[in-house]
Design a protein around this ligand. Structure first.
Ligand code: PBG
Length: 331
């Protein structure tokens, strides 16, 4: 069959030069679809590079503002904030997370005052605050789902009141989206967007993030008791349907590149935007390969394109700023 088509059909005609390739390209990177995660410390006076994430920093509350200034100049208008909390404030139930005037709430207020148009995403999870490094409260040697929900919903109200635009529950407790959505409605936070980490896999790629946030697990419990098993695809559909029905506006797949099939599958089956999170380990792997000249930096847009091609609407990536700086042909 194919034999008779050639030479009338020559796919290479559409690859002749860059202008033609751009005319027919099916997927583009647009910097308005890139979200930059930022780590902020409650004690540092000056930013420090994260050793396991070269080129990424743990910011102080002072220099995070100038970083956001630079991002805004480059056209990156959405950030995802993660706090690094001093260990003295951590306890087994993560009680610091529930305080209305805690560090993350004050930093959100400060950022919002200076950058009213910036879209701020905050994680809703206890891991920066628990001495165990877990996303839930431990009771009788287990992560207690329902006890954790109370904490998450209180935390969400505080974050919404401080000015966060998008709340991103990343804890993977059952029923948390419904619980958080109901409390938001009750407290008159009707426009808060819930970006649910719905298909969040228990991954080995989160290590550098845990260094940055200081949330290395100390207890013998595994995050596999709440995050998804990487062997499952159908279950991702089950998780996102639950979250959509409970009031999520956007659902996330995480990590990104090892789970392209999940992004593709969910995008075909649902009508909500799917975001992908290119996580810390994916970043470090690429960055170290580039720095060691094992491959060149064009691997970065190639990975981002793969995520958009699979069906992501937007991507959270530590390369957001770098991409906006280095690729001026993205619009
Ligand atoms: C914690 C959280 C994690 C990430 C985002 N939120 C780590 C974890 O679940 O242990 C990982 C992000 C990354 O690796 O870049 N709630």
């Amino acid at each position: 069959m194919q034999k008779t088509l050639f030479p009338r059909v020559r796919p290479r005609r559409l690859r002749l030069n860059e202008t033609i390739r751009d005319l027919v390209s099916e997927t583009n990177i647009n910097k308005s679809k890139l979200i930059q995660p930022l780590f902020v410390s409650d004690t540092l006076k000056q930013k420090e590079e994260i050793v396991t994430m070269p080129g990424q920093y743990l910011y102080s509350k002072y220099d995070v503002l100038s970083e956001i200034d630079e991002l805004a100049d480059l056209g990156i208008n959405t950030i995802a904030l993660f706090p690094n909390i001093e260990s003295d404030l951590k306890d087994i139930s993560g009680s610091e997370a529930l305080k209305e005037d805690n560090f993350i709430c004050s930093i959100v207020r400060q950022i919002k005052e200076r950058f009213p148009k910036l879209v701020i995403i905050t994680d809703v999870a206890l891991d920066p605050y628990t001495s165990s490094g877990h996303d839930g409260i431990i009771l009788d040697g287990k992560i207690d789902n329902d006890l954790t929900l109370e904490a998450l919903s209180k935390m969400s109200i505080n974050l919404a009141s401080s000015g966060a635009d998008i709340l991103a529950p990343s804890d993977m407790m059952d029923g948390r989206i419904g619980k958080i959505r109901d409390s938001l409605e009750k407290n008159n936070h009707k426009d808060i967007i819930l970006l649910s980490y719905a298909a969040k896999y228990a991954s080995n790629f989160y290590g550098p993030f845990r260094d940055a946030v200081g949330s290395k697990q100390t207890e013998g419990i595994s995050k596999k008791t709440y995050q998804m098993d990487s062997k499952n695809l159908k279950e991702a559909y089950k998780e996102i349907l639950l979250d959509i029905n409970e009031g999520a506006d956007i659902v996330m797949v995480k990590p990104a590149m090892p789970y392209l099939d999940v992004i593709n599958d969910l995008n075909q089956k649902t009508n909500v935007p799917i975001f992908a999170y290119q996580v810390s380990g994916e970043y470090s792997m690429l960055k170290m390969g580039i720095d060691k000249k094992i491959f060149d930096h064009n691997v970065v847009p190639e990975t981002l394109i793969s995520l958009f091609r699979a069906g992501s609407s937007s991507v959270i990536t530590y390369f957001a700023k770098w991409t906006a700086e280095n690729y001026d042909n993205i619009s």
